[in-house]
Design a protein around this ligand. Sequence first.
Ligand code: ASP
Length: 442
Amino acid sequence: MTIVAKFGGSSLANAERIIQACDIIQSSHERSCIVVSAPGAQYPGDIKVTDALGMLVNAMRDRDEQGVKTARAFVQQRFEAIVDDLNIDFDLQTHLRVIREACERNGCSAKDWIISRGEWLNAQIVAKKLGYTFIDAEDFICLNGNQRWNPEYTKAAWRNLDLPRERIVVPGYYGRDNVEQTRTFKRGGSDITGAIMAVLLDAQKYENWTDVDGVLVADPRITQNPLCIPEITYLELRELAYMGARVLNPESLIPELRQKGITVHVRNTFNPDTPGTKIVPEATEDRIPGSVVGIAGRKGFSSIDIYSYLMQEQVGFVGTATAKLAVHDISIDHVPTGIDMLSLVIASDQLDGKADQIQRALQQSNDPDSMVITNDLALICVVGSAMANNPGVLMRAAKAFADADVNIELVSQARGEKSMVFGIKEDDYERAVTSIYAEFFE
Ligand code: ASP
């Protein structure tokens, strides 16, 4: 079995943690490709190397000499401490000189190159410690102009690369664009690099080592010590991630992973004996019928409620209204309807400064009897594909809302039954999540 193992910044924040990660890597010869982030925070409030490099770029842009010195010294000291404590034969000073000279030559125009040097250095250090081969991501990972992965170019470049495919360390977060300039993904992009390597190497598993036990059933800021999800499908996770659950970068669940049937396994570097969360193409375990895998939610939604007598008989009413919002570049999350009423549920920030204009436009296009915009809504999403074809899940959720004395303002569920979405008042949000959690998980 081939495993691609990606270690996040907190898992590699200092020498002690790098040693811990190397122990994990070396405990299985199947972990043959390692993807690394730059050293992250060692404790709450500590500065990540990537952030320090960002400060360096900003200081260069502002011609703030003191800022340049401070940021440069910070990065240098972090890496010096790592190399000293690992006791490896690594010529850090030459690498640092390469960075310094490039900064002097190119200034902040080489922004992405500078910001990605944390991964570049850390990958070489980890490779040295493990005795693996360092392969630079910009030799084959290709990005489009919009910081997105370009699969065709990357696959072609990878095929042409005459380098080992095993026992390799690849820096995360960056690659090159079509004019050979270094380009980064968005922040947290090393997760994407890990996924790309799993696809390129036809790995069976992509392990994502981080500092939490896995994907949690609910938001730990609201629910105390929520359970960890043992297994979740790609589609279920997308639903949870969209509504706010964050562990992996959502963009890292690239379609190729699913097509190739690769399992993503989220694991805790600091607690390697816990089972973690497996993200799988199809549910493998026998789920209890009607079971829910997780709940997520967000505040900050608005509902544009359009009332029109005999709306259901007017062909194109919904289409006309949604097309109007599209013209104003507003994306719609849910469209619950009644016989004479249509609600367009959207993220509220899209209405900033535009609410009157939108209302006027809808008035003109749909000529409704009345229209109101309700703000301060929260959406709660209850996710679990095992609820398909199983009566009673909606009833249990509704009961949980009633138990918490929370009024459900709207409900939305597509026929696939992977998730149910409830709209409630923002003020009720925490109470509602707690009650739903108790109903399904306690
Ligand atoms: N180091 C980068 C960041 O902090 C990329 C990553 O770690 O995924 O966002």
